[in-house]
Design a protein around this ligand. Sequence first.
Ligand code: MCA
Ligand code: AMP
Length: 521
Amino acid sequence: MSQHNLYTALRAAFPDDLDAVAVETTAADGTPLHYTWSDLDRASARIANLLASLDLPDGSRIAVQVEKSVEALLLYLATLRAGHAFLPLNTAYQSGEIEYFVGNAEPAVVVCSPANFGWVSKIAFTAGTQHVFTLGDDRTGTLLERAAHHGDTHLPVPRAADDLAAILYTSGTTGRSKGAMLTHGNLLSNAQVLKEYWGFRPDDVLIHALPIFHVHGLFVAIHAALLNGSKMIWLARFDPRAVVAAMPRATVFMGVPTLYVRLLAEPGLTREAVRNMRLFIAGSAPLLIETFREWQQRTGHTILERYGMSETIMLTSNPYTADPRHGGQDERRGGTVGFALPGVGLRVVDDAGAPLPVGEIGNIQVRGPNVFKGYWRMPEKTQEEFSTDADGLRWFKTGDVGRVDERGYVSIVGRSKDLIISGGYNVYPAEIEGYINEMPGVAESALIGVPHPDFGEVGVAVITPKPGAQLDGDAIVGRLKSQLANFKIPKRCFIAPELPRNAMGKVQKNLLREQHKGLFA
Ligand code: MCA
Ligand code: AMP
């Protein structure tokens, strides 16, 4: 069964010349660093051997909250090799958030930044975790110290396609986050489809400028490069100038729309700068048509927009070259997310679950080998999110609202889930409202998404006080900052005597959105 261990497939795609450079990056002090394919294989073997030496139960969760580094990538590869489940956590998460994830996932191993060891290890040990290691972004920490004592060869643990490879927490519309369980088969099948669909070539060079704790940076980008034996130019954080400077040596770039907006503000972005590039891919949030057009005019390149989710990895994509399934159509259409990827079933249904005719707007449901196994220890929630059709096929309810045109192009026109996507990060209003509502003097609150020129959308809170209470929006923001990841903090807080409600008593967020839509214009 070892052929289903994702690492086996990635390793098989490494080039013959293992001494060629696989990852090029820069240390924090500016020193250039090069990792060969052999380095990736041997260093991840050492960490896999360390994990094996801990005698962990099969399928243990390895929770990781560390700054981006090549060593963090090695830890991901090592976790696959060792047959455990990788659980990446956003570096912006604060102690309350980490406490929930660790309590819920019960990881056998937690890896954190050396600076956070004090509070993270306390949470981990309290939750019963046996092993806490540290990993800095400068090749320091106990993980590498311990791994250095282990051998640099390791055979991937045999895994079935259905075995768990990763858990990605994604917030729910109500209540707490749910852990989406992705298998080796989910990840590999999707990576193989994208490799073909996006025409990846061994001589491609990918600029990797995204965080590696979500699907986009961790799976879509890394697997695309590794499954092709393509080099990555690895940037620890997104810096538009550094991305433009890397372009003459690169061929592919992937980013959320905010990255494209910021690149367009960079004077160095010229046709000359992109002369070697073959493909720009965008996703994770809607790409504004203005950004799509401005990019075309400025660079001569047409951004390829695609759509996916943590639960499904990639679902649709605009074509890279002619798509024979769609009459040889090769146009990348702005404002659409393209066609359902090969192997992905996509349908649009009404609220009762009945399929709608071509062109009509409704709820998007999907199926395919990329669709996750279920939510970690939440069988009922999992069941609620799937529907079974008359032929017995199971469809996952995406919570996205859209349509498919007569040519097969999918457009996302809205969401049935109450979700704000800010700079590519998801913010679930219910979570933030919960924190605000617990503060003294607060009667109730509503978090709405309003348009923002940089982040696409940002959260704005409207809060009503209890009778006689005096509330201060800035103080509320200050308090939230100590409790929640920074991207979840409302950019503004308004105090209002009441929230608008409909006849059923439901808060009319659409009216609040309308009222505040020009806030950041
Ligand atoms: C940073 N800030 C934000 C965000 N990021 N505010 C709202 N939304 C954000 N996304 C705020 C911080 O709170 C802080 O505010 C200030 O900006 C500076 O923080 P810093 O960390 O320095 O910001 P940055 O480095 O400029 O980050 C912006 C960013 C980052 C590079 C756009 O947000 C980013 O990397 N986004 C990509 C997310 C991503 O990879 N998503 C993929 C999810 P203050 O100073 O007030 O504290 S995967 C997915 O969605 C699916 C499956 C898919 O289809 O791909
Ligand atoms: P996540 O929970 O981080 O996996 O976010 C998944 C959600 O991001 C999807 O359900 C969509 O709402 C949104 N999304 C991803 N890509 C796109 C896109 N290209 N256009 C519009 N929305 C997108």
